[in-house]
Design a protein around this ligand. Structure first.
Ligand SMILES: CC(C)(COP(=O)(O)OP(=O)(O)OC[C@H]1O[C@@H](n2cnc3c(N)ncnc32)[C@H](O)[C@@H]1OP(=O)(O)O)[C@@H](O)C(=O)NCCC(=O)NCCS
Length: 139
């Protein structure tokens, strides 16, 4: 792996997003590339990872940036995993929000993701001292 850059204010082209999101199997997102790009444009903060200009990872948060921030996507191209890039994206995307009390994310039950989030300092809401529940309306 070469030098990786995490440039600020980087809005990837729709075709780059489609390639990255497809590489991790998130095909629901890629059906409407311009909508995906607009979703990034409207996000609170987006951090991209590039190697020689090529998009190899991305993280984005949504929210108000004051009381709540929500990690919506974090993805690293399969060719670039297990080298600390996920952690770097995670830390960089949350960097401005150290004082925000609620940082939230939703994920499925696959244990490898849970392990990643626990490594990042997040705790499963089901095993908190005062457990929370999550409700979702999704179509
Ligand atoms: C989850 C994901 C972003 C991790 O990216 P990555 O670059 O491989 O992660 P890192 O190399 O920075 O690993 C960070 C930590 O997470 C843990 N981790 C990462 N991948 C792991 C795996 N497959 N199994 C167990 N632990 C894992 C490691 O313990 C590591 O801790 P360490 O730095 O102390 O060794 C990446 O696997 C991915 O893009 N997956 C597909 C998309 C996805 O599922 N995103 C999250 C769901 S919303």
């Amino acid at each position: 792996m070469g030098d990786i850059e995490l440039p600020d204010h980087d809005l990837p082209a729709a075709a780059e997003l489609v390639e990255l999101y497809r590489s991790v199997g998130w095909n629901m997102y890629t059906r409407e590339p311009s909508r995906l790009q607009d979703a990034l444009r409207r996000s609170l903060r987006v951090v991209c990872a590039r190697e020689d200009g090529r998009l190899v990872g991305l993280a984005r948060v949504v929210g108000d940036g004051l009381t709540v921030v929500f990690l919506q996507d974090i993805l690293v191209a399969p060719s670039h995993r297990h080298a600390g890039l996920g952690r770097a994206l995670f830390e960089r995307v949350f960097e401005p929000y150290a004082g925000v009390r609620r940082k939230v994310l939703l994920t499925d039950e696959r244990s490898r993701q849970s392990e990643f989030y626990q490594q990042m300092g997040f705790r499963d809401i089901g095993i908190l001292e005062h457990p929370l529940r999550a409700f979702l309306k999704s179509s």
